[in-house]
Design a protein around this ligand. Structure first.
Ligand code: NAP
Length: 332
């Protein structure tokens, strides 16, 4: 398994991380605890030692399942846990809140749910325009000095916001959306991270399953599954993305004997100091892991990939539909 050190923290992790948003159930049509635990254990046993979670994923459920899986399997010592802070919720409605007092409460809740004494990577989930970044950054710096966290990260932050953060404390990672279909960070966040020695945890590496090759035009999503609202999955746009998947699948097979899923994850890993977060939620979904490692895309394949994307997708859509509201509800 390829490894990477998170920024200047000294924390080493695998370059593929298990994303556990879907394991929390919320906005993914529910979860099955036993299957989720088996998936987390399978990941760590196969060398995916980085587990990314957040309090908001299932309103504590994802963190609880991660904590239970690592505790009862005895695998905690082999894993690095990345979790987040800075989102609150009332009656299932999420809002941004990165005030120091909230982070101080959140860290204790996360340590308890995760059944651990230290969090390997602690990230601010979304920038909170109502709280000065310096205050949030200062609190994370304190938590590291207190030994509660080992590395510091942000998610969904711009270079300007990261610059303000770094004026106060060391910043090791950034977690933006990044996959073959969502490449906005190439304009600013990725070059900034490369120059500043910040590791990039790329989320939605499979574009919420689109790049798995298993989504069809007919497939419907049930319950609260966010893909019911994701503009890329709507009938107006899904055919374009599926045409691109078909083209990428042919290229991956013809040039490398690989699947589109393996190509999509490899592509993220070949873009810089990156980690690919893979939102598997069943153990067998991790079977293709071996096909992601031990090879690289060459420049000619990169150009062919770009040509496929350009010919199939008109005006690529950014995943802005996932952003929580900017302001807190009254009285919070
Ligand atoms: P993702 O990894 O792009 O896609 C996840 C979906 O891909 C799964 O739910 C599954 O869909 C499908 N999938 C995975 N492996 C598969 C396989 N072998 N075969 C077929 N389908 C497969 O999406 P993501 O969960 O949105 O992103 C990954 C992680 O990034 C999250 O879990 C979370 O940790 C992180 N993230 C962070 C933020 C943030 O704001 N910081 C936002 C989004 C995500 P099925 O439902 O069909 O099984």
């Amino acid at each position: 398994m390829e490894k990477i050190v998170l920024g200047a923290s000294g924390v080493e992790t695998s370059r593929i991380g298990l994303g556990t948003w879907a394991i929390g159930g919320w906005t993914w049509g529910g979860t099955d605890e036993a299957v989720s635990i088996a998936t987390i254990c399978r990941a760590v046993e196969r060398g995916i030692t980085l587990i990314d979670t957040a309090p908001v994923y299932g309103f504590g459920r994802s963190e609880e399942i991660v904590g239970k899986a690592l505790h009862q399997s005895g695998l905690r010592g082999k894993a690095q846990i990345a979790t987040k802070a800075g989102l609150g919720w009332v009656d299932g409605k999420v809002f941004r809140d990165a005030r120091p007092a909230r982070i101080r409460r959140e860290i204790e809740d996360s340590l308890r749910r995760l059944r651990t004494e230290v969090i390997d990577l602690y990230q601010i989930h979304w920038p909170d325009p109502e709280t000065p970044i310096e205050e949030t950054a200062g609190t994370l710096g304190e938590l590291r000095r207190e030994g509660k966290i080992r590395a510091i990260g942000v998610s969904n932050h711009s270079p300007e916001q990261m610059e303000a953060f770094r004026a106060v404390t060391q910043l090791d990672t950034v977690q933006p959306p990044y996959n073959l279909f969502e490449r906005e960070i190439e304009r600013d966040v990725l070059p900034y991270a490369v120059a500043a020695g910040i590791t990039v945890l790329s989320y939605g590496a499979l574009c919420r399953g689109l790049l798995s090759g298993k989504v069809t035009a007919e497939r419907r999503f049930e319950g609260d599954d966010l893909r019911r609202y994701d503009p890329k999955f709507k009938p107006e746009r899904r055919p374009q993305y599926l045409a691109a998947v078909a083209g990428l699948q042919s290229l991956a097979q013809a040039r490398y004997g690989k699947s589109v899923l393996e190509l999509a994850l490899r592509w993220v890993l070949d873009r810089g100091p990156t980690i690919a977060l893979w939102g598997a939620r069943r153990p067998e979904q991790l079977d293709p892991l071996g096909g992601v490692e031990g090879w690289k895309l060459d420049a000619a394949a990169g150009a062919e990939i770009d040509a496929i994307l350009q010919s199939c997708i008109e005006q690529p859509l950014a995943p802005v539909f996932m952003a929580p509201p900017l302001h807190r509800p009254d009285g919070v």
